[in-house]
Design a protein around this ligand. Structure first.
Ligand code: COA
Length: 260
């Protein structure tokens, strides 16, 4: 499938998606959100793909935010719809994806760009990356989950400061506060993230998707994370991956998981 605003490469069970609007610093317009939704939907259904790395094209930006030009004269209703549709189609969709998604933050991750990275399961930044939620400087607030996911990742006080000052954080500060897991030189970023994806996909795809669900349950309104964990743990016992994993351990060999 061909997409106008993103590029996809699949190699050895890892898909790399690159947001590809470099002249607009990969800003997320409606079409890009639709492309990402369609692509991630297809990739997560593709049993050959076990992990996804998400990055931005060029050396300057991961994603510099939602496309400001597109919403600058929206009404109250259109604004609310923009946030609701984006959250459902892309941000919540990635967070709840069964396939692990790693954000390779290769430059500016601002507004919707940082929100996109925060919806991913794991974040790695290049040394030059700058992250922020500058929406209040535009008379807005983050609308793609930023007010919820930022405090989850770095704590309420730091999130309040970052949102209210609208200032950017360096990659090192993002590492120090837990916003990103690792910081690596820009030239090594993709290779590093793909390497991490390979370390992940050695394990049971079935168990990984259940782990994502159980971890996410802690942050979902009205859900009991412990109960979700118990249920998902139990379900693992009915899978071929569990039989294979335990048998391989006892036979002192490497497990070959099928995700069934
Ligand atoms: N929406 C739409 N277009 C954007 C954009 C966004 N979020 N971010 C950057 N662009 C566009 C610029 O308008 C410019 O387009 P042009 O060449 O047609 O004028 C192009 O990308 C390059 O950006 P520019 O501002 O010239 O680069 P810079 O190096 O001077 O500054 C940033 C880089 C990231 C600091 C600056 O682009 C910026 O502040 N972007 C907006 C960030 C933001 O507020 N995001 C939250 C949106 S809710």
């Amino acid at each position: 499938m061909n997409y106008e605003n993103i590029l996809i490469a699949i190699e050895n069970s890892v898909a790399t998606i690159t947001v590809n609007r470099p002249t607009k610093l990969n800003a997320l317009n409606k079409d890009t959100i639709n492309d990402l939704h369609k692509a991630i939907k297809l990739l997560t259904k593709n049993a050959e793909v076990r992990a996804i790395v998400l990055t931005g094209s060029g050396e300057k930006a991961f994603v510099a935010g939602a496309d400001i030009a597109e919403f600058s004269n929206f009404s109250i209703k259109e604004g609310a719809e923009l946030a609701a549709e984006g959250q459902e189609k892309l941000f919540d969709f990635i967070e709840n994806s069964k396939t692990p998604v790693i954000a390779a933050i290769n430059g500016f991750a601002l507004g919707g760009g940082l929100e996109l990275a925060m919806a991913c399961h794991i974040r790695v930044a290049s040394e030059n990356a700058k992250m922020g939620l500058p929406e209040v400087s535009l008379g807005l607030i983050p609308g793609y989950g930023g007010t919820q996911r930022l405090p989850q990742l770095i704590g309420k006080g730091r999130a309040m400061e970052m949102i209210m000052t609208a200032e950017m954080m360096t990659a090192q500060d993002a590492y120090r506060t837990g916003l990103v897991n690792h910081v690596v030189p820009q030239a090594e970023l993709l290779e590093y993230c793909i390497g991490m994806a390979h370390r992940i996909i050695k394990n049971s795809p079935n168990a990984i998707s259940k782990a994502i669900k159980a971890v996410n349950a802690n942050f979902e309104e009205g859900k009991d994370g412990y109960k979700t964990e118990i249920k998902a743990f139990g379900k693992c016992f009915g899978t071929q991956d569990f039989k294979e994993g335990t048998t391989a351990f006892l036979e002192k060999r490497k497990a070959v998981f099928t995700g069934k």
